[in-house]
Design a protein around this ligand. Structure first.
Ligand code: WTA
Length: 701
């Protein structure tokens, strides 16, 4: 009982509890023109993925790939919940994304790189050129860095084409890549390198962001030191130059750091046979925040993952080889892995990569790119849409855009924002799919089928092909369609895109995703192992899921996950700080932002403003600028239960101008009013959402 109570207290400060209050929306129909050309328009195909055909239905996705050897077992459930897919099959991801397209598409653009400075022209890499480069880099990684199948390598790079080239070179060798988002700090990179035991780091020296050439090389020293502190020696750092023709500079450490562009001269024309990987061999790690302070390395398999992203990119993004596809996300996140690199390239698409920020030098930039390259599939996040709508609502109207399909991902999209996207960017011609999924899930879980299902603003839609979602309440009872109560969304069945495990931590994998609703720990029947996603959701009568947000200690900032525990432990490294509590606060553009409450050790005389700046600076250097708090509040004491537990729920309510509820049982109820007055004072200088826009997600309390 005590445990349930603790849990409720923790979840009460979550994203889902400050869910936006939306009414049921009307439907929008896909156009006839879209339906006629769509990849997924046969109801028979949908039928093929019905539950009675599970798991063999997923062979349809696997058959989109080229295998050296076909699998003998589609799904092996012998070691639950460590499901194995396409067992016995052998393939190579790099071969599937490049080599197999050469016969038909060698001279077609695989990647079009758009640099942020507008005076630099786009760079086109054909499939043939990509093939050459990936082979040369693979040869260098093998012969110079000594990397081989099963080794891990940590890649900390911005959005330049050398990033997917490096990933595909790793995949060619069977080297497990772990890409760390370029905007993360050197510390964050070093920690992840240590966790995955990477001996080699791959960097870029610089990149453009909002018109400035940012020095990225300075992160190397910090990453190497952090990794060392965590027990991992970095033997080599390989550095790409943003401007390859630039004069050679002296590397930081001559024995350790090397410029790839210089080394590559020795590997011109070299070829590397793709390594024949087992379907279950890992392809990559992607670290993500969870409810503890330590990020977890989600380990994705080669066969199931590649099959899943290929199938979903084909049917849900409607990618054909003739399309020009642009996903304006970062390759350092799962969206970029699945739907900039692996999915689209496996389908021989043309994938656009943009280096910079969407509103540089002005909010019409994305539309100039769409216009110039004739992009017809456009994929982005609600945060970017909100920002472009707010800062340049007129800009898009001036362009004659002809986008057939648009995706949103990462956060709930407000119906008003959805309609703007539909009317102004899509010109009421494009279909929109709102795709709900996670780093852990490899690919989409809920979305409308673009040619077959009507769209409903604000709702992700039904489970995608072969995915059977369900909503459970805290006690494990199923909440039926049309229920006004929200609960925890789970996936009842395994699917090929789901992660294999948490790198090096099998127990945490089971605990985190399967323990909550497991019906029998000894069962080998997948029906007993629903996947717990950690999101609150509602299921409407029509079978469409509306995702409310995280129910754990994770904040979704601009579609990026930040663990509150990670932020809190960063604050606690500051000498003067006694306690720290981080809660989500609603933000007009980013959806949510972290707000940090800090109490100081007795006797500390540092002025509050100085302290707050110190906290912000610490967060930026230990994690990265994306984690920058909206506000730092230096409080006299934290609101606490009698047993001394910080009541984050109360702080979240104050931050979001909500009712704090019953606080009479607190050890120090008086402090709540003091904090509220303080926060109101700080808020005066900031633009805040009115309380009418946000509502308690109270059904579970
Ligand atoms: C949230 C990003 C509402 C959700 C692909 C999830 C969404 C977390 C949607 C995963 C959506 C993702 N509507 N919320 N369409 N898509 N989310 O791991 O809370 O970076 O758990 O993966 O983002 O974030 P992640």
């Amino acid at each position: 009982m005590a445990e349930t109570k603790e849990k409720n207290t923790a979840t009460a400060a979550s994203d889902a509890h400050i869910a936006v209050h939306w009414k049921e929306e009307e439907y929008y129909q896909p156009s006839k023109k879209f339906i006629e050309q769509a990849n997924l328009k046969e109801p028979q195909l949908v039928e093929k993925f019905s539950e009675k055909n599970f798991p063999n239905c997923f062979e349809h996705y696997a058959e989109m790939l080229t295998w050296y050897q076909r699998w003998h077992t589609v799904l092996d459930t012998n070691d639950p919940p460590f499901w194995k897919w396409f067992v016995g099959g052998k393939l190579n991801a790099s071969y599937n994304c490049i080599d197999r397209h050469l016969e038909k598409y060698k001279n077609k653009a695989a990647i079009i790189f758009v640099p942020e400075p507008e005076n630099e022209d786009p760079v086109v890499l054909t499939y043939q050129e990509l093939y050459q480069l990936v082979n040369e880099v693979a040869a260098l990684l093998r012969d110079f860095a000594g990397l081989k199948k099963g080794d891990r390598v940590t890649i900390h790079m911005p959005m330049i084409p050398q990033l997917p080239i490096t990933m595909l070179a790793c995949a060619r060798l069977g080297v497990v890549h772990s890409v760390v988002f370029g905007g993360f700090s050197g510390e964050a990179c070093g920690q992840r390198a240590a966790d995955s035991a990477s001996r080699v780091l791959i960097y870029a020296d610089s990149y453009y962001r909002s018109g400035k050439l940012i020095d990225h090389k300075s992160a190397i020293e910090i990453a190497v030191e952090t990794a060392k502190k965590d027990g991992q020696e970095i033997e080599k750092v390989l550095v790409w130059k943003r401007h390859p023709a630039k004069e050679q500079e002296t590397p930081e450490e001559e024995w350790r750091d090397f410029y790839i562009d210089d080394l590559l001269k020795d590997y011109r024309g070299k070829k590397v046979d793709p390594v024949k990987m087992d379907a279950e061999d890992p392809l990559f790690l992607m670290y993500t925040s969870g409810s503890t302070g330590k990020p977890k390395g989600c380990q994705h398999r080669t066969g199931g993952y590649l099959a899943y992203v290929t199938g979903t990119a084909k049917y849900y993004q409607d990618i054909h080889p003739t399309d020009v596809y642009w996903c304006m996300a970062d390759i350092g996140w799962i969206t970029g892995h699945s739907y900039i690199v692996y999915g689209p390239l496996a389908l021989a698409a043309t994938s656009v990569i943009y280096e910079g920020v969407p509103n540089y030098p002005d909010p019409a930039r994305p539309w100039r790119i769409v216009d110039r390259l004739d992009v017809n599939i456009f994929h982005t996040s609600p945060t970017a849409i909100r920002m472009l709508r707010k800062t340049g609502p007129e800009a898009a109207k001036k362009f004659e855009l002809h986008i057939k399909h648009m995706t949103t991902v990462g956060e709930p999209i407000e119906p008003d924002v959805w309609r703007w996207y539909y009317d102004v960017i899509g010109k009421r011609e494009a279909v929109i799919v709102d795709t709900w999924w996670q780093t852990e899930t490899g690919g989409f879980l809920c979305s409308t089928k673009p040619a077959l299902d009507p769209m409903k603003p604000g709702s992700a839609g039904p489970g995608v092909l072969g995915i059977y979602p369900v909503i459970y309440d805290e006690m494990g009872a199923e909440l039926p369609a049309g229920s006004v109560k929200a609960g925890n969304i789970c996936i009842r069945n395994p699917w090929p895109g789901v992660m294999q495990t948490i790198w090096g931590d099998r127990d945490r994998f089971v605990r985190q995703y399967y323990q909550k609703y497991n019906k029998n720990p000894n069962s080998k029947d997948w029906h007993d192992w629903p996947y717990f996603a950690g999101d609150g959701a509602l299921l409407a009568k029509d079978g469409y899921f509306r995702i409310l947000g995280r129910v754990d200690d994770v904040i979704n900032v601009a579609g990026r996950r930040l663990g509150t525990k990670e932020l809190e432990s960063a604050c606690l490294t500051i000498e003067e700080v006694a306690e720290a509590a981080v809660v989500p606060v609603v933000d007009e553009i980013k959806g949510r932002m972290p707000e940090i409450y800090v109490s100081l050790k007795p006797g500390v005389k540092t002025p509050p403003k100085e302290m707050a700046d110190k906290v912000t600076h610490t967060i930026e250097t230990m994690i990265g600028k994306i984690a920058r708090p909206k506000t730092v509040v230096i409080v006299p004491d934290m609101p606490k239960t009698r047993s001394g537990k910080i009541m984050r729920r109360v702080l979240a309510a104050i931050s979001n101008s909500l009712d704090v509820g019953d606080i009479t049982t607190l050890a120090n109820p008086d402090v709540v009013e003091q904090i509220r007055v303080q926060v109101q004072g700080l808020a005066k200088s900031q633009q805040k959402e009115g309380p009418e826009d946000i509502k308690q997600f109270g059904s579970q309390e």
